[in-house]
Design a protein around this ligand. Structure first.
Ligand code: PLP
Length: 399
């Protein structure tokens, strides 16, 4: 392998590019996790992460990938055989269903076409029919990373309330937290699941559960055997900044820095930045003449864009060429979308010029691969990014 000059573009929809500030923060020496310095670090991140979820309640941090945090959400709130209502938004919703099945719960998956988010009306209808309250939880993915579709969680909450159903609401925000507006408390979510490697701009390795009072009460009755994932085991030591087992100390240094960065920019600005880059990306994709997987503009993801390619285009060959020739990684189409789509990640530590470089890499790749496309996608994105905000708003309204 020869040396590749310049910086690799990691434009998969997570893990994302880890900023230098976070890398430096993680390079401090590892400290005694039972000592006073760790106590201060633990207390700071456990408190500081709450507003990122939009909660004043505890957030539990596991040394795990997002999949571990999925498991924690299920095993702390449910009992063996409990029915869970899930919605097939795409690959990740399906994997979470498979996990629920393997753990001995009874998941019921509402079908969908992988081009839309969770349908609140379908949830309401199913819950209204469940007069015996067999369904103990509704578990949905906020931002479906395989399709670039963002579900409307507040409307799902309203649907559950309209059905007057006591089910818990569990939400996966693994690819939305810190990128797309999210309000754990205001939207009445009971467990929010997240991971470190996307909007939080950290390497993989931390899993999160934000928990409501109702979820904590459910955990007291939940009979599912659990040990490593047990919230109670965690929350006792967490009260004084400690963990019940060896924590991922250096990732927590990184988390402290990432929280500082999100606060310096301001969460509203972080979300607006992601919205703007997503809109510019969609303009590029349309100008190239391709379709976006997400069909409902109200559900466009601000974290990634999944692009459908014509039948005669091999998106994986295109991605390989872009990696080899331009040193940029793009996301593959997953399961049902394999061979039909590729995904552009535009989340995390990202600015106008990173987007310009990303889209340039795609457009050069299309040209070099001999794909039939309309040139001008990059220009369409640049025109949008360069326009003053008032003009951008006008052009969005005119669409
Ligand atoms: C929406 C979503 N859920 C769950 C996962 C699984 O998380 P992990 O790979 O960190 O275990 C991912 C990973 O990309 C994801 O995007």
């Amino acid at each position: 392998m020869s040396y590749k000059s310049g910086r690799h573009f990691l434009q998969i929809p997570g893990p994302t590019n880890v900023p230098d500030r976070v890398l430096h923060a993680m390079s401090y020496p590892t400290i005694d996790h039972r000592g006073p310095d760790f106590k201060a670090l633990g207390a700071e991140v456990l408190e500081g992460i709450r507003p990122v979820f939009g909660t004043t309640n505890p957030v539990i941090i596991f040394p795990s990938s997002g999949t571990g945090a999925w498991e924690a959400a299920l095993v702390n709130t449910l009992s063996p055989g409990d029915r869970v209502l899930m919605f097939e938004t795409g690959h990740f919703a399906t994997l979470w269903r498979n996990m629920a099945q393997r753990l001995g719960f009874d998941p019921e998956l509402v079908d969908s076409d992988w081009r839309h988010g969770v349908d609140p009306a379908a949830i309401e209808k199913r819950l209204v029919a469940d007069t015996g309250h067999q369904i103990k939880a509704v578990a949905v993915v906020h931002n479906e990373t395989s399709t670039g579709v963002t579900s409307r969680i507040a409307q799902i909450r309203e649907a559950i309330d309209r059905a007057n159903h006591p089910a818990l609401l569990l939400v996966d925000t693994i690819s939305s937290l810190g990128s797309i507006r999210y309000e754990h408390d205001a939207w009445g979510v009971d467990v929010t699941v997240a991971g470190s490697q996307k909007g939080l701009m950290l390497p993989p390795g931390l899993g999160f559960n934000a928990v409501s009072d109702k979820a904590l009460a459910a955990a007291r009755d939940a009979a599912q055997p659990r040990s490593y994932w047990d919230w109670e085991e965690m929350m006792g030591p967490n009260e004084s900044g400690f963990f019940p087992y060896t924590p991922a100390t250096n990732l927590l240094y990184g988390l402290r820095e990432a929280i500082n960065m999100l606060n310096e920019e301001g969460l509203d600005n972080v979300f607006a930045r992601h919205d703007r880059h997503a809109e510019a990306t969609r303009r590029a994709v349309r100008a190239w003449g391709f379709d976006i997987v997400c069909e409902n503009p109200e559900e466009y993801s601000s974290a990634l864009t999944a692009v459908l390619v014509p039948d005669d285009v091999d998106p994986d060959a295109l991605r390989r060429l872009i990696l080899e020739d331009f040193d940029m990684s793009l996301g593959a189409g997953l399961s049902k979308l394999a061979g039909r789509a590729f995904r552009i990640g535009h989340l995390g530590d990202f600015n106008d010029l990173t987007l310009a470089g990303t889209l340039s890499g795609v457009e050069m790749g299309l040209q070099r691969a001999g794909v039939a496309y309309q040139p001008g996608g990059v220009q369409a994105a640049l025109d949008y990014l360069a326009a003053p905000e008032a003009a951008r708003a006008q052009s969005r309204a005119a669409r």
